[in-house]
Design a protein around this ligand. Sequence first.
Ligand code: PMM
Length: 285
Amino acid sequence: MTDIDLPRIMGVVNVTPDSLSDGGRYHDVAAAAAHARALHAAGADIIDVGGESTRPGAARVDADIEQSRVVPVVAALAAEGITVSVDTTRAAVAEAACDNGATIVNDVSAGQADPQMPRLLARNGCRIVLMHRRGESSDMYRHAHYEDVVAEVGAELSAQVTYMREAGVTNEQIIVDPGLGFAKHAEHNWELIARLHELTELRYPLLFGASRKGFLGKALADADGEPRPATERDIATAATSMLAFDAGAWGVRVHDVAATADMRAVWAATRHARRAYEARGAAVL
Ligand code: PMM
C-alpha cells in the first residue's frame, strides 16, 4: 500500500560515547554511517544524527568535537540521498551540518541555547524541530513542576515559535516536539501522551520521541521495582508511537526503526480500512 501522508519515522544515530541507550556503539564515522544505512533500509524516512548526549546530567562537549562527530556522518548520508536531521543546540554545528546536506535541525533547546540559531535558520531555510524543555540536561528535573503540563508545554512552545518567526523563520520550517523526559517526570510524560492531540492544535507538525526513555523503564519494572533496561523498551516504545500516530503526530523519533515500521504498516492498514468503511457508509446514506 502506498500512502503519501504516512507519519514519518526518524531513526536515531547518536555519535556519542555516552547517550542513554546506544552511547558508544556508533562512536566512529564508519560505524555510525553503517548503522544509519541499516535504519534507512528498515524504513526510516529521516536519520537524526547527534554528537552530544542529552541524557539527564550529561556534561556538554566542545563545539568542535561535536561538529567533528556529526558532520562527516551527515555528509556521507546526504550524499546517498538520505534525509538527514542534525540533533544540536549550536548554530555553528547546525550550519556546518546544513552546508553538508542536512535539511532539518533538531534543537532540543528550541532555539534557547544559542542566540545565533534563529538567524541561521532564517538564512539557510532548514526545517527546525523546536523541542520543549526547561533548563539544561544537567539541571532539568529542578524545573519539572507543572499545574497543567499540556497547556504549559503548548504555551512555551508557542513562545519559541514566536521567537523564531520574529527572526524571519517561516511557518513551513517549523516542527514542534513536546520533549518527553526533558524536565518532565513520568506522570507528565503519560499525561502528554494521553492528551497529545491537544498539541496538534498548535497547527505545526508534531514530532514525538518516547524511545527507550526512563518512564517506559519504570512502567515495565520487574517485581522488585527494578526498571527495565533501555534496550528492552522497544515494544513499549512502538506502543507509544502508535498512540502518537493516532493523535495526529507528523513523525516519531525512535531507535528501533524496524519495529516502528511494522507498527506503522499495521496502523496504516487499519486507517485504510476505517476510511473505506466510512466511504461505504457515506455512499449508503
Ligand atoms: N530525545 C533525545 C534526544 N533528542 N530530539 C527530539 N526532537 N525529541 C526527543 O524526544 C529527543 C531528541 C534523548 O534521547 P536519546 O539520548 O536516546 O537520543
